[in-house]
Design a protein around this ligand. Structure first.
Ligand SMILES: Nc1ncnc2c1ncn2[C@@H]1O[C@H](COP(=O)(O)OP(=O)(O)OP(=O)(O)O)[C@@H](O)[C@H]1O
Ligand SMILES: [Mg+2]
Length: 296
């Protein structure tokens, strides 16, 4: 839900040469406004920890590949041009990315174009692991108190245990982790790749947004599995049962279909402490407490 116009924010926007009508979107962390055709400003919520903004900026710089040639990815990722502070608010000036929110786009697209879009969404999720990133251990990338382990399954177990302990649910984290494979090597995992964090044009994903504190170094197969799990009605109300079927078929064609239930269950343990997001929390309950792991 959109927050109302905040006079302090309107003043900030005027100082930047924009105004509240140029709102492009908002999430839990920030509101994003167009500055011009090439740039946006991310106005971080009041009270945002500057170290969190710095850590996100550093991660995005690293993913941009520095001096190395970038792998040819079919989508753009956020790029921070400058971080400023004004009237106690942190502002990230970022490159404006092409496309519009897939969450909204799903309302107006049908037939073959829709199927192609769902496949492009899965392709994008599967390519996230191609972004350049190397870490000595598996686990959290930019969390303030990162959880990291030498084996990915140990990370999966211990991360699930943290989430489950917070809500007091009697689910065995060891069993959740054991049901998933150990990857041969680590790669970037976005973890929050759902239609609300993706921009699209027509039937193609043009940008993946919101690399964040939940992103990790782990098994890259988790992103396409999560992207399918997140088509659940609690998370993506605009997704249809047919979209889920297309996504499942895509997973099966890549040999990933057998991991969907296990990945969904682990993801529910990961997200279950998000009690302030009633829909997401409801999804976690359905999966783990009612034993219903079907995304549709
Ligand atoms: N660089 C950009 N170019 C164009 N639009 C953008 C850009 N960054 C963000 N947006 C728009 O703003 C919306 C919110 O952005 P984003 O998801 O990054 O915010 P957030 O507050 O970090 O979100 P969350 O609550 O998901 O963590 C996006 O859905 C998108 O519509
Ligand atoms: Mg977002």
């Amino acid at each position: 839900m959109r927050r109302g116009v905040d006079p302090a924010e309107a003043e900030l926007l005027a100082w930047l040469g924009t105004d509240p009508t140029r709102l492009l979107g908002e999430g839990g962390e920030a509101r994003v406004f167009a500055l011009d055709t090439a740039r946006v400003v991310r106005v971080h919520r009041a009270g945002t920890d500057p170290s969190r903004v710095a850590a996100r900026t550093a991660l995005l710089d690293e993913l941009a590949g520095g001096e190395c040639a970038l792998p040819a990815l079919p989508f753009a990722i956020p790029h921070v041009l400058e971080v400023r502070e004004r009237a106690g608010r942190l502002l990230s000036i970022e490159a404006r990315l092409p496309g519009r929110d897939m969450m909204q786009a799903l309302d107006g697209i049908r037939g073959e174009a829709r199927e192609a879009l769902v496949r492009s969404y899965l392709e994008a999720a599967a390519r996230v692991g191609d972004l350049p990133l190397l870490r000595p251990t598996f686990g959290d990338l930019i969390a303030k108190r990162p959880l990291r382990r030498d084996r990915f399954r140990d990370y999966l177990r211990d991360r699930a245990a943290v989430g489950l302990a917070r809500v007091g649910w009697d689910v065995d984290p060891e069993a959740l982790a054991r049901a998933l494979p150990e990857p041969d090597r680590g790669a970037l995992v976005h973890m929050d790749l759902f239609p609300g964090n993706v921009l699209v044009e027509g039937e193609r994903v043009t940008a993946v947004l919101d690399f964040s504190v939940v992103s990790l170094f782990g098994d890259r197969r988790l992103d396409p599995l999560a992207a399918t799990a997140y088509l659940a009605p609690e998370i993506t109300p605009a997704a249809s049962a047919r979209d889920v079927r297309i996504a499942r078929e895509w997973l099966a064609s890549r040999g990933l279909g057998d991991w969907l239930v296990a990945a969904t269950r682990w993801l529910a343990a990961f997200w279950c402490p998000a009690v302030d997001d009633a829909r997401l929390h409801g999804w976690c309950r359905r999966i783990l407490l009612q034993g219903d792991s079907d995304p549709a």
